[in-house]
Design a protein around this ligand. Sequence first.
Ligand code: NAP
Ligand code: ZN
Ligand code: ZN
Length: 346
Amino acid sequence: MKSRGLAALRASEKLTRFEFDRRDLQAHDVAIDIAFAGICHSDIHQAREEWGPALFPMVPGHEIAGTVTAIGSAVTKFSIGDSIGVGVFIDSCRTCASCLAGLQQYCETGMTGTYNTLERDGTTVAFGGYSNNFVINEDYAVHIPSNLPLSGVAPLLCAGITLYSPLKTWRAGPGMRVGVMGLGGLGHMGVKFAHAMGAEVTVFSHSPEKEADALAMGANHFVMTKDPLSLKPLRKAFDLILNTVSADIDINLYLEMLKLDGTLVVIGLPGKPYAVNVGALLDGRRRIAGSMIGGIPEIQEMLDFCGAHSIVSDVEVINADYVNTAYERTVASDVKYRFVIDATTF
Ligand code: NAP
Ligand code: ZN
Ligand code: ZN
């Protein structure tokens, strides 16, 4: 299948228009006409090789929302015309304990990413969602509720599930104090979900101009982090803190804010190790944990939750030619709150 999109040809270069082929439809595949593709900060980390050597040419994009245009002969999960979503992985081993539990993101042999990797045949380059179409095995795609706009849904496929999953794992709900570090693409979804689940939500941000938006999204409190003194009164105040910051920061300030048995979940992946003050862990039996996206059943659950609560991402819809500017603005924390590419402009 012929595809048009955008690719990074090398880590040091801007994304450029790119034409390529996708595999022909196999029995369990569906073909997708992409409507919108979100820009995740992970796209930028990878296109710039901030996580180590990458595979070029790279077509980034793992927040994909579109419509099914064709189905393979054995497909049962989707019909032509269905709204469909694809996230951060397109395949996994299907047989390990994680895969059998529906936690494909933690596949023991490694999930197959949506781009910047080879497919499981070991030879086909996986090209991502910054393009006009897509082909995927039906088991690795999800249904989009009909009441939600596809532009606001696209970011749910990564940013949404990545915050929904830890909030469910650590049982966010009424009576719980949840902190969200960084009001970006991920963080703003964390605020919306934690609020919808009934938790008391505090945003930690280094961008004072985001306060009104944070409160409108459901945050109860907004704390400016540029002045470390503002964090002092919040010592031992939180049950759960979700760190979505994409940059290298001092997480020890936030450990101090956890209550007894509180957990700091690391979600942002700046590419550099964090230094941890072990004393802050010992005091209060605090924990540091990690969390990575979510599996197919949980992505579907998250989308159904969004349908029921009318939750979507706040997006700035852009044309393909704006992507390099959008990358710069994302790195500068200047996006409200996710860039989404209109795929008709590829
Ligand atoms: P984003 O939209 O750029 O948001 C990151 C936010 O971090 C910014 O909006 C900003 O929030 C804050 N920030 C940025 N630079 C900062 C600095 N120098 N000091 C303090 N705060 C800073 O990025 P994203 O797409 O949400 O992704 C966030 C991170 O999560 C990335 O590292 C990404 O790779 C990672 N990620 C992880 C997973 C996973 O499964 N664990 C999935 C997707 C992405 P304020 O302006 O409010 O301060
Ligand atoms: Zn992502
Ligand atoms: Zn597996």
